[in-house]
Structure formats: C-alpha cells, structure tokens
Design a protein around this ligand. Structure first.
Ligand SMILES: [Zn+2]
Length: 398
C-alpha cells in the first residue's frame, strides 16, 4: 500500500511521464509476401511491432492506395524490404513512402486504374507474427464463376451438336477443393513439402480424370497459390451448381510414423473422436492463418452455413465410404471408417461434402509419395472411382 510520502513522490513522476513527447516507434518489417491471382492480389507485411493503427484511402489521378501507419517511422532499410518485392502479374505499379510531419508513415501503392483495396491488421497466429494484409481487387475482375459457367454452356452446346443422342442430359458439376493456399501453406513436411502445393496437384489430376467423361464438369475452388476463405469455397461451389464437394488435404502429426489416408464428414452431433475434433480445429484455423478479411455482411452470411441437414450428412457419409473403400486399394488407411467433426468447409446445407486427408505429410515416406506424380495419379484415380460410384448408386437426382 502507498503511504502519504510515496504518493507525493509518485504524483510528479506520473505527470512528468504523461507530458513526455510521444516516442515514435520504428515499423520493423520481418517479411513481405505477395500472392497474385486473377481474383485479387494479396500483400502480406509481417511486422515486429504489435497493434499498429492504420488508415487507408483510394486516390485518383494518379491511381493510388495510401496506407497510413500512425506513430510509426519506417527506415530506408525496412522500406526496401517492401519496395524490392516482385510486382509481376499484380495491379501494383510502384511502391513509395514518406514520413509525414505528424509522426506517421505513409505507404503509397501506385496501381492500375480502378483497383480498390481491402486492408486488415491480423494478430500473430501459428508461425506468423502480426501482419498487415492488403488485398488489391480489380474493379472489373474476371469472374471465374461466370467464365466457368460460360465454358460449361459452350461445352453443352458443343455436346448437343456432336452427340445428338445425349441431348437433354445435364452435366453433373463436381466441386474439387484443394485445401489451403497463399498465406496458408497447410501442413509442412520434414523436407519442406507444403500441403497447399501437393493437394493442388492432386486436384488438377482428379479434374482431368473426372472430365474424361463428358457427363461431368469439375469446378476447382482455387486454381493457383492464393488464399480463399473456407466460406468462400462453399459459396463458390454452390454458385457453380456443384452436386458433390470434395476437399483435398494432407495430414500431419507430431509422431513421424503416423501414416495413411482418412475421410471426414461434417458432424452435427459433436466429433466422432478426439482426433477428429483436433483435426477439424486445425483445418478450421486456415481462415486465421490465411488472413480472412470479413465485413458486416459476411457475418450475416456466416449463420446460413451453420444449417446443415441430416440428408446432407447421410449422403456425405455414403460418399465418404465409397471414397475410403477406393483409397484402401492404394494406401494404408489411418482410419478404417468415415469420421465426423465440425469442419467449416463441409458446412454446405445441401451438397454432399467430404474432406480427404490423402496421407501424412509429416511422415517422411508419405511426404515423398505425395510429391511423386505417379502416386498423385493413384490418389486421383481412387478419388475419381469413389465419386463415380457414389453418383452411380445414389438415389439423388443430379
Ligand atoms: Zn489441410
């Protein structure tokens, strides 16, 4: 407790501290990464200082996006880390900076006309420090769904001309979802193989296999190395008119001998095992690691995805069993039955959805196999066969 004397001594010190001029901190950049894609370009600036205050604006003539960081100065050395990034295939033309008089740093991004920004400050998560994430969105962005549907329509017209007997038969659209991407690498193997890279390769192989049959069209939720939120993956699949949703992943565990493939579905009655609960929690972290930027409308939309139906879960379980059976012919099974937990990416109210853990990337032998083209082909074949069996035997009208 303070006695009278110490109180008297403390008061002037308190005043003194309060009237000291604010010390401007340095904006220390730990890493800069850029992820160009057709939809948007994401710039992630990892910084040492926690809790920064930012403000941004879009300016015209010339087109630029100005990001103000308050109470921060940036040294030339730190700025160069930002200025030296590769701007190829991005809407950014040039980056410049200046410290203004009132102790703030302005970073100016000169962009292509009609580029708008979306900015968020993301607290440290997983292996990342605090991040300033800036998305550069083209105003006239190529709508990949629209072009998918246009191609689909064109393909249908072609089919009609070439195969008159098949006229009237509607294509079945299958959504293939390569997990992770961009800022979110997913699990990383001992030799540096990233989950996001191998699952994209398997997904592309699977697309080619499925589309060998003219009856099917595949919609890929991502085609390159960029981040997509879990909800957006569902939303895109739904808009594309998908009848089946298959999310492709690679597992990881602390023990390097954990091995094998497994298949998961959404569970509305809690997780089927502690391991499944843990896995769902880990996969759901993708939005935080990848840096999901949400607005108010997104919050409303979020609740829609929490309404799974028993029919969806039942059909997902059948699809899961079909796929698991096929996987057993090419791989050891980590789990002999389909397991369930609260996977956010499977929360589509109508579409039968599964998440496949193709193998353990944390197991050096399986990591090697995951990178191998021949083995990727085997996984793709197994997934293809499982999906086709489900569609053939299902009572659902596609
Ligand atoms: Zn994953």
């Amino acid at each position: 407790m303070l006695n009278r004397r110490s109180l008297i001594l403390h008061v002037p010190l308190f005043y003194f501290l309060n009237f000291l001029p604010k010390v401007t901190r340095g904006f220390e950049i730990a890493a800069v990464r850029i992820w160009p894609s057709e939809e948007y370009t994401r710039l992630a600036i990892e910084h040492l200082e926690e809790k920064i205050q930012i403000q941004y604006s879009n300016e015209r003539n010339p087109d630029r996006i100005i990001v103000k960081i308050f109470d921060m100065k940036i040294t030339k050395q730190n700025f160069n880390k930002l200025a030296n990034i590769n701007l190829k295939n991005t809407p950014i033309e040039k980056i410049s900076t200046f410290d203004s008089r009132n102790n703030e740093t302005k970073i100016i991004f000169y962009t292509n006309p009609l580029t708008r920004a979306r900015i968020s400050s993301i607290p440290a998560i997983a292996h990342y420090r605090d991040r300033l994430v800036i998305d550069f969105i083209p105003a006239k962005k190529k709508d990949e769904l629209l072009s998918f549907l246009e191609n689909y329509q064109r393909g249908k017209e072609l089919d009609k001309k070439l195969e008159k007997q098949k006229e009237g038969k509607k294509s079945i659209i299958i959504a293939i979802d390569p997990g992770h991407g961009g800022e979110d690498p997913g699990a990383i193997g001992k030799n540096g193989t990233k989950e996001k890279d191998v699952v994209l390769k398997i997904a592309m192989r699977l697309k080619r296999k499925i589309e060998k049959s003219p009856q099917f069209k595949v919609f890929l939720t991502r085609k390159g190395d960029y981040f997509i939120s879990l909800r957006n993956r569902i939303k895109k699949a739904k808009r594309a008119g998908a009848s089946v949703f298959v999310s492709i992943h690679a597992d990881a565990w602390i023990r390097p001998d954990a091995k094998g493939a497994s298949v998961y579905i959404l569970s509305d009655k809690g997780a089927s095992s502690e391991a499944a609960r843990w896995l769902a929690k880990k996969e759901n972290l993708s939005d935080l690691v990848g840096g999901e930027i949400m607005n108010k409308n997104d919050e409303v939309a979020k609740t829609i995805f929490n309404m799974s139906t028993s029919a969806q879960i039942k059909n997902s379980s059948i699809l899961g069993r079909n796929v698991l059976e096929e996987l057993s012919t090419i791989s050891y099974l980590h789990k002999k039955t389909v397991e369930g937990a609260g996977f956010a990416v499977l929360k589509s109210p109508e579409i039968p959805s599964i998440l496949v853990e193709t193998a353990f990337i944390s197991n050096p032998r399986e990591e090697k196999r995951l990178k191998n083209g021949l083995h990727q082909e085997k996984i793709a074949s197994a997934l293809n066969n499982g999906i086709l069996t489900f569609i053939k035997d299902s009572k659902i009208r596609f």
